[in-house]
Ligand binder design. Structure first.
Ligand code: NDP
Ligand code: 8X3
Length: 253
């Protein structure tokens, strides 16, 4: 029987690349995001290309009721989720602590922290019943070292790091693996979202370096997901070769 992977935030970037990677390996997919048209297209494309089943769920991870009603009411044949990839997330703005937009802070905390908590709790009941599962949390180098004007985004990703550690401890008796993946610069729609549509600022983020791609991260997640049952990679930081951490990047002129 095909394994099932639920990936949040599959309408672009890392999440979309993960959906493509697991689909190519014949996993059945539950894909989520807020942009329904993109979900529908991805679902059609992957079913056609790979002959797998895809269930697409359109909801905002910030909405607790929507998260629990979508996941707890999954059809029985979709409840045996083997792998959860908590990927949906964003940065909004890059501003000083005293001037940053309060709503931006709230959206980042509600999405990156509370959304991840809701989705994980909703999926856990199925994993605990089956006494197996693998949870991936996408953190960031921003959750390992704080950088200037990173304030609430860094805080939200430090929280992902702490929550991953907490999950790993509390879920030991249930035979559930928890892997936190912390990428550096990955060229996706991340910077366009962060800079609110300012393409020049987004492009400048990756200028003078070779950034990671979504499929680099998907390959790593797939590798971790396919190790033997007794092996778990707990915590993994991955950056472009030109990047040491969230602060130091060696750019070409
Ligand atoms: P993208 O902007 O390309 O993708 C973000 C995905 O998250 C989209 O599919 C978006 O879907 C989804 N998403 C955002 N907010 C919500 C929400 N409230 N409810 C449901 N889905 C949501 O960025 P990336 O692929 O780069 O980002 C994926 C993850 O990787 C994020 O957690 C990010 O913090 C992290 N990360 C990214 C890095 C980078 O350099 N790009 C580096 C380190 C970590 P939709 O808008 O349709 O809802
Ligand atoms: C995204 C990477 O360095 O822009 O999490 O915060 S960084």
């Amino acid at each position: 029987m095909n394994k099932i992977v639920l990936i949040t935030g599959t309408t672009s970037g890392i999440g979309k690349a993960c959906a493509e990677k697991f689909a190519a390996a014949k996993y059945n997919l539950i894909i989520t995001g807020r942009r329904k048209e993109r979900l529908d297209k991805l679902s059609d494309d992957l079913e056609t290309q790979h002959g797998i089943h895809v269930l697409s769920l359109c909801f905002d991870v910030q909405n607790k009721e929507a998260v629990f009603s979508n996941i707890t009411n999954l059809p029985t044949e979709w409840q045996g989720i083997d792998i959860l990839v908590n990927n949906a997330g964003l940065a909004l703005g890059r501003d000083n602590f005293d001037t940053a937009d309060l709503q931006d802070w709230e959206t980042m905390i509600d999405t990156n922290v509370k959304g991840l908590l809701y989705v994980t709790r909703a999926v856990l009941s199925f994993m605990i019943n089956r006494k197996q599962g693998h949870i991936f949390n996408i953190g960031s180098v921003a959750g390992k070292d704080v950088y200037e004007k990173g304030n609430a985004y860094c805080g939200s990703k430090f929280a992902v790091d702490a929550l991953s550690k907490g999950m790993r401890i509390d879920l030991l008796p249930h035979n559930i693996k928890v892997t936190a993946v912390h990428p550096g610069a990955v060229e996706t729609e991340f910077s366009i979202v962060r800079f609110k549509g300012d393409q020049d600022k987004a492009d400048a983020t990756y200028k003078g370096m070779v950034p990671l791609t979504g499929s680099d991260i998907a390959d790593i997640i797939f590798y971790c997901a396919t190790l033997p049952p007794h092996v778990c990679i707990n915590d993994l930081v991955v950056t472009p070769t030109q990047q040491a951490n969230g602060i130091y990047i060696h750019k070409n002129n």
